[in-house]
Ligand binder design. Structure first.
Ligand code: IPE
Ligand code: IPE
Ligand code: MG
Length: 249
């Protein structure tokens, strides 16, 4: 099936996930297979980012969350981190006009304070530049760790309670979700991980409670718009029960 036939099929089926999250993994292995340094894989991974943003927008998906750099990734060699941050800056600088034109609001999730001043400034400016866009949200999870996110939310709620602005007894799942970096967004319907790894690597632990998980062996730089559509096609076949009994189709 071609990309456009697949697209037609999933659009006809109607159930397009409102929020897709992706663990973009396998850049290093993609480069190693080719006898090239890991950063070569990161460079090529940028094309896949463009393709999935475009694919989501075409389908009318309202939110896309991309895991670009984890808190644990700070433990990588400084040279690799430098290239990743440079590529990120380059991507933002190149794409921000397109994002704005396409009505895509950029948000960053993570402990951004750890990022060097220059890439951080680029990110913050792009977030401000696209702030009034409302067709779709593109979340970049950078310097992101889900446990840190949960800790940050708990600290915020404790501070509010200590200041007398919040009754601890009133805290429920909604209040808590509202204190996370993803505040205001629905939970992901679909989580895609490339490179075949069967783990979530500290990504959106709270938010993926009932998310459908799709793992593909494809390495991130090879992931295409068609692969995205295939993942959505697979998602549409799932029976999401949310703890209830099987629904009759
Ligand atoms: C994903 O690719 C990109 C980041 C984590 C920043 P990797 O760099 O993890 O590539 P592999 O998993 O080593 O192949
Ligand atoms: C997860 O990939 C983080 C990103 C894709 C940004 P990793 O390559 O860092 O995860 P592990 O180490 O295989 O769990
Ligand atoms: Mg990896």
């Amino acid at each position: 099936m071609t990309e456009s036939e697949l697209k037609e099929l999933i659009v006809e089926s109607g159930d397009i996930p409102g929020h897709i999250a992706i663990i973009m993994d396998g850049n290093g292995r993609w480069a190693e297979i080719r006898g090239r340094p890991r950063v070569f894989g990161h460079q090529h991974g940028m094309n896949a980012v463009r393709a999935v943003v475009e694919g989501c927008r075409e389908l009318g998906c309202k939110a896309l969350t991309l895991y670009a750099f984890s808190e644990e990734n700070w433990k990588r060699p400084r040279s690799e981190i430098k290239v990743l941050m440079r590529l990120l800056r380059k991507y933002i600088e190149k794409e921000q006009n397109n994002l704005k034109k396409d009505g895509i609001k950029l948000r960053c999730l993570g402990r951004l304070g750890k990022i060097d001043a220059e890439p951080r400034k680029t990110l913050e400016e792009a977030v401000a530049y696209t702030a009034d866009c409302n067709d779709m949200v593109l979340n970049l999870a950078i310097s992101y760790g889900s446990r840190s996110e949960i800790v940050d939310a708990a600290r915020y709620l404790c501070r509010e309670a200590a200041a007398g602005r919040l009754d601890p007894e009133s805290v429920d799942e909604y209040t808590f979700a509202g204190a996370l970096y993803t505040s205001g967004l629905p939970d992901p319907d679909l989580l895609i991980r490339t490179s075949g790894e069967m783990r979530v690597s500290n990504f959106l632990l709270w938010q993926i409670a009932y998310t459908e998980i799709y793992i593909t062996p494809i390495l991130w730089p090879d992931f295409t718009k068609k692969d995205l559509f295939e993942a959505i096609g697979e998602f549409q076949k799932r029976d999401r029960r949310f703890g209830r009994v099987k629904s009759k189709k």
